[in-house]
Design a binder for this molecule. Structure first.
Ligand SMILES: [Zn+2]
Length: 234
């Protein structure tokens, strides 16, 4: 944990903590934000424009201020108490996807593959936020599915920060960005991430897995900046 994280934690202690979702005085997540999040149902989502090869994707919610606060606090301020809440949302999305693909799920082990962050980002944060969410989500779903988590992908080269880039620039930035770090044996994969925006990361990750002969069943995310497809609840 870096000095700035200790400073943030010390600030919380001195000034009083605030809800990560709405900013009201509270430790962690206030009951109102928790209830708001709990009331949301997963849905199929497609970015507009949709990149060629974008996997079928289920998300647990639109990316609203509550989730923006929670996701950011989890990965940038190491609010590990939020891993469980985010994993619960991710598990709902994974279940929504798998329930729609029952024919493929009955016979095979499903491997959740987190979208990789840059190694420098993981070092700075001190943990891999997406992988830790995926592990907790998998534990929650094990009574229902044969699930494993494998950090099978890695960044093949340096990419610039996606924030502030448009859809085309993001696609160019990520083209060929991921490669298989370790093989997955006889597996069907589901990509997992915290957020889907333009779909560039999920598309590129799906391409890398498919190139290695891995079946990509789809993707599941906690939140999406894009809209629900009319009439398609997961
Ligand atoms: Zn709140």
């Amino acid at each position: 944990m870096g000095l700035e994280h200790w400073a943030a934690a010390a600030g919380d202690l001195l000034l009083g903590a605030r809800c990560h979702g709405c900013g009201q005085p509270w430790w962690g997540i206030c009951p109102r934000c928790r209830e708001q999040l709990g009331s949301r149902c997963p849905f199929f989502t497609t970015p507009i424009p949709c990149p060629a090869g974008f996997p079928v994707t289920v998300t647990s919610s639109t990316y609203d201020p509550i989730l923006r606060g929670v996701i950011s606090a989890h990965k940038e301020r190491q609010a590990f108490a939020l891993t469980s809440l985010l994993a619960e949302r991710l598990a709902l999305s994974v279940h929504g996807l798998l329930a729609s693909k029952a024919y493929a799920v009955r016979t095979s082990t499903i491997v959740l593959v987190p979208i990789p962050s840059a190694p420098s980002t993981i070092r700075r944060r001190g943990f891999d936020a997406t992988a830790s969410m995926a592990r907790v989500a998998a534990r929650r779903l094990r009574f229902r599915y044969q699930l494993r988590v494998r950090s099978a992908l890695t960044q093949a080269r340096r990419v610039v920060d996606q924030a502030g880039l448009g859809a085309t620039a993001r696609q160019e930035n990520l083209a060929g960005a991921f490669r298989l770090r370790r093989p997955i044996s006889a597996a069907t994969a589901v990509l997992v991430d915290d957020l889907v925006t333009t779909g560039s990361s999920l598309t590129e990750a799906a391409r890398a897995l498919r190139a290695a002969g891995i079946i990509v069943l789809g993707a599941a995310t906690v939140a999406a900046t894009v809209r629900e497809r009319p009439g398609e609840r997961a």
